[in-house]
Write a protein that binds this ligand. Structure first.
Ligand SMILES: *Cc1c(COP(=O)(O)O)cnc(C)c1O
Length: 403
């Protein structure tokens, strides 16, 4: 039941799932169906309520064969029945929130998350009448305490962007079940290779497919994987009514990237391990957080829950002023690594994230929650997405830029 949709090995799945020779031309590679509309044999209805899983293609905002191929591939990689692709990772998060939450409902969301999700949950949802609690998801007791009779959804992220803190998904999913709430997890940092989220009890697994799944930094997209029932509801609401669909062209690019995801994740993990060990041994670096290191505060949970540690490292270099100075050196000196936001690409990317600035704009934490954030991030971190270059070249690049 945990893998309803993965009959083959993971490499075979990544290549073949959702991808069939074109019956009309016998082309081996998948075509791109850049068509907004499809000829109809029927006098069919024109409402989201008329859509069934075996409806013929009608209009691309409802469903498109190229996008459907990518959705089938991601569902198979994540081991779920179904998947909905969206215009961006943020559109995937919005699809979850606006499909499953109504005015008067209560959402428990990780107190640290992708900044866009943090701001959507703190600013927009309350305006729509949704009650929101922000909770440190690394502590199941805090989640248990936050549950209310009207809690409908618990949304977490593991490892969490940008600090690499983990959520014990099996523990939180038990709490969600007891409360009759859904559990969604943004697993962008882990990729589908990093965690068996369905086996851990997650109902909806979300990805920014701009990151590892696409993997080449050329297309923005998002996805949510889950049961056919939940994904069907999201398709009616989020695609057909809210309209944030993925373009077939982006779906084609991202599906092409996804075919090599298992290979790439192995290489990201190996490269990140080598770079993390080098950083940890360098006296200019004061702290390194990587789930594959024994020094990660939740190394036991990482070993239990993650089957690939991915390529995301965060590290500190001292005070905020030190961080800003070295960020400037990186902008001037880095030759291989790009100083840029985003992550999960074949190219390595690095970006400075000062704690005070993030608190002001996005997370707004106080007291114990702020102290816990600082225990992972100090005054600020470099978020390093280790790409697929030779680890020695990345290390030489960092060595030259650390001042
Ligand atoms: C990038 C990212 C998002 C947002 O994705 P977009 O594709 O940029 O909209 C959401 N969550 C996480 C963890 C991310 O890294």
């Amino acid at each position: 039941m945990t893998k309803p949709n993965r009959p083959a090995g993971i490499m075979t799945t990544a290549i073949h799932a959702g991808d069939h020779p074109d019956p009309a031309t016998r082309a081996s590679a998948p075509p791109i169906h850049m068509s907004s509309t499809f000829l109809s044999d029927d006098i069919a209805g024109f409402s989201a309520h008329d859509l069934t899983p075996d409806s013929p293609y009608t209009y691309t905002r409802w469903a498109n064969p190229t996008v459907a191929g990518l959705e089938a591939k991601i569902a198979a990689l994540q081991g779920t029945e179904a998947c909905l692709a969206t215009a961006s990772g943020m559109a995937a998060a919005s699809a979850i929130f606006f499909t499953f939450l109504s005015s008067g409902d209560h959402l428990i969301v990780s107190d640290v998350s992708y900044a866009g999700v943090a701001e959507l949950a703190r600013d927009t949802l309350p305006r729509m009448g949704v009650e929101v609690s922000t909770v440190n998801m690394s502590d199941p007791a805090s989640v248990a305490q936050a549950i209310r009779p009207n809690t409908r959804l618990i949304h977490t992220e593991s490892p969490v962007n940008p600090i690499g803190r983990l959520t014990d998904l099996a523990a939180i999913s038990k709490l969600a079940r007891q409360a009759g709430a859904l559990l969604s997890c943004d697993a962008t940092f882990a990729s589908p290779l990093g965690m068996d989220t369905s086996a851990l009890g997650v109902d909806l697994t979300m990805h920014s497919i701009t990151k590892y799944i696409g993997g080449h930094g050329d297309a923005v997209g998002g996805a949510v994987a889950g049961s056919s029932e939940l994904i069907g509801k999201m398709r009616a609401e989020a695609s057909i009514h809210h309209g944030g669909i993925l373009s077939p062209f982006n779906a084609w690019l991202i599906a092409r990237g996804a075919t090599t995801l298992p290979l790439r994740m192995k290489a990201h993990e190996a490269g990140a391990m080598a770079v993390a060990k080098w950083l940890e041994a360098d006296p200019r670096v004061t702290r390194v957080i990587y789930p594959g290191l024994a020094s990660h505060p939740q190394a036991d949970l990482a070993a239990r829950q993650m089957s690939n540690m991915s390529g995301m490292i965060s590290f500190q270099v001292g005070s905020a002023a030190d961080g800003e100075r070295i960020a400037q050196l990186m902008i001037e000196r880095l030759k291989v690594i790009h100083y840029a936001v985003s992550l999960g690409h074949h190219r390595s990317l690095i970006f400075w994230m000062g704690t005070d600035g993030l608190m002001e704009t996005s997370f707004r934490l106080e007291g114990a929650q702020l102290a816990d954030y600082r225990s992972f991030a100090g005054d600020g971190i470099f978020r390093l997405s280790v790409g697929l270059e030779d680890a020695e070249d990345l290390i030489a690049d960092l060595d030259g830029a650390l001042g």
